[in-house]
Design a protein around this ligand. Sequence first.
Ligand code: FAD
Length: 432
Amino acid sequence: VVSIFWFRRDLRLEDNIGLMHALRTRENVLPLFIFDPEVFQRDENNGNVQVGFVYDTILGIKEKLETIGSGLHVAVGKPLDVFKSLMDSYHIFSVYANREYEPYTLQRDDEVDAFLANQGVEFHTYKDQVLFEQNEIVKDNGEPYTVFTAYKQRFLRKLNQSMVVPAPISKYAHNFFRTTPLPVPSLEIMGYSRVEVPVPPRKLPAELLKSYEADRDFPARNGTSHLGVHLRFGTVSIRKVTALAMQHSETFLNELIWRNFYSVILWFFPQVVHTSFKPAFDEIVWENSKEDFKAWCEGRTGYPLVDAGMRELNATGYMHNRVRMVTASFLCKHLLIDWRWGEAYFARKLLDYDLASNNGGWQWAAGSGNDAAPYFRVFNPELQAKKFDPNGEYIAKWVPEYGTISYPKPIIVHAEARKRALARYAEAVKAK
Ligand code: FAD
C-alpha cells in the first residue's frame, strides 16, 4: 500500500507543504511526476522551452530520493489515464498534492478527484505556491479586488512572519516509499525535443534585494532576480523568497504581490484567457499585419529597444520586465496587433512563462486588463530607451548594428502610430 505525492509546480524536496503533510501522516509515500502534454505544449518541432528545465529538475529530485532508498515515478500523458494505470501497479491509499489555480489545472484536478473518490482513494490538496488564495483576500462584501493597490494593502495587513516559516520535511523522510530506482523515459521517448536556454541560478542574494529598487528598471544592470522560472515551477519556495523580501526590499515584495494578484484574477475571471478583462477592448479593430508581426518577433522593427528585447527573448528565453512592457505596448498600440498574438508568442518563448502573469502583463500593456495602464498612455519606445538604457549598453548588446546602415528603418512613425492607436481605441471604447 502506497500513498502518492504528486509533484506539479512545487519541484523541491524542502519547504513543500503538501509533501510535508503526506510524509507526516502516511507511510510509504511514493512521489510522482507527470509530463502532461496540456501543460507542456509542443511547438511544430516538438520543442517546449520549459520542458528541459523541468526534466533536469525532476532527475535531480529522483537522484536525491534514490540516495535515501526511495524513488520517483515519472509518467507521460493525461493525468487521469496515468492514475488509472497506476491503480493497476500499486494499491493506492491516498494522493497528496499542492493546489493549482489555472482553468485547465482546476478542471484536471476535479476529474482526478472524482475518479479517485470513485475508487475510494482520498485526494488531499494544500496551499503552497501562493501566500494567499482567492478567498483569503477579498473586499468586505466578499467580492474580489480588481485594483492592485487596494489588494496589496489588504495583503500587507494580513502578511506576517508566521506565514513564511518553512515546512519541515527531513524529519519525516523515513516515510518515503522504499524502492529500487524506477525507470525514467527520456525526453525524446516522451516526444519532446529540448530547446536550449540558459537556466538562471536558484539564489536571491541580499545585495541584489538591497539595490533592487534602484536597479530594477534598467535592463543593462542585471538588477532583477531572474527567479521567474523557479517561482513558476516551485524550485524555490515562495515563502523563502517572501521572507527575504520582507527583510530587505518592499519593492521586491510588491512584485511578488503582483504575482499572487494575477493568479487570483485568473481564478475569479478565467475568461481572461481568451477575452479582454474589459469587454470594450474586444471591439478594437486590429490591423493584424502578419508582416509586421514577423518583424516584431524577429526584432526588426527599427526601434532599437523593442528589437533588443525581442532578440534577448529569442536568444535566451528571458526578457527584462521594462522591455516586456515596451515590446508588448509596441505590438498592441504601434502595430495594432491583437495582444493575444503577442501573448502566445511570449508563452512559447519565455522560460518563466506563467499563464496568469503573462496574460496579466499583456492585458496591462494592451490597456484591456483590470487595473491596466490607461489606453491613451502610449509608450514612446525612443524615450523609454533614453530613460532606461541611457548609455545604450543593452541596445548595443542585442542590436550591435544599430547606428549603421544595416539597421532597418522604423516600420512605423511613432507620432502617426500613436494617433492611429488612440483613434482606434477610442472608437472601441465608445462603441460599448
Ligand atoms: P524580478 O523583478 O526579480 O521579480 C521577482 C519575481 O516577482 C518574478 O520572478 C515574478 O515571479 C514576480 N514578478 C515580478 N514582476 C511581476 C509582474 N509584473 N507580474 C507578475 N509577477 C511579477 N512573469 C512571469 O513570471 N511569467 C510570464 O509569463 C510573464 N509574462 C509577462 C508578460 C508581459 C507583457 C509583462 C509586461 C510582464 C510579464 N511577466 C511575467 C512579469 C515580469 O516581467 C516577470 O515576472 C519578470 O520580468 C521576471 O524576471 P525576474 O525574475 O528577474 O523578476
